[in-house]
Design a protein around this ligand. Structure first.
Ligand code: ZN
Length: 65
């Protein structure tokens, strides 16, 4: 079976990672990076410097104009 990419030319998706601080609960949305997975430890919280945990990874579809 062949997968034809031509049909996908007008659909673009951006994958986002949501990091949630375990201390103050603040959520940070950033672009997904290879190696990210849910419940992986993220970076330091921008607000309180506590440890963050990845709680969600999802794709948003962007309409190309
Ligand atoms: Zn925090």
């Amino acid at each position: 079976m062949s997968h034809d990419m031509k049909d996908e030319k007008d659909k673009r998706s951006i994958v986002y990672t949501i990091e949630e601080c375990q201390k103050c609960g603040v959520k940070n949305k950033r672009i997904f990076k290879v190696g990210d997975y849910v419940y992986k430890f993220g970076g330091s919280c921008l607000r309180c410097n506590g440890s963050t945990l990845i709680t969600m990874i999802y794709a948003e579809y962007v309409n190309g104009t």
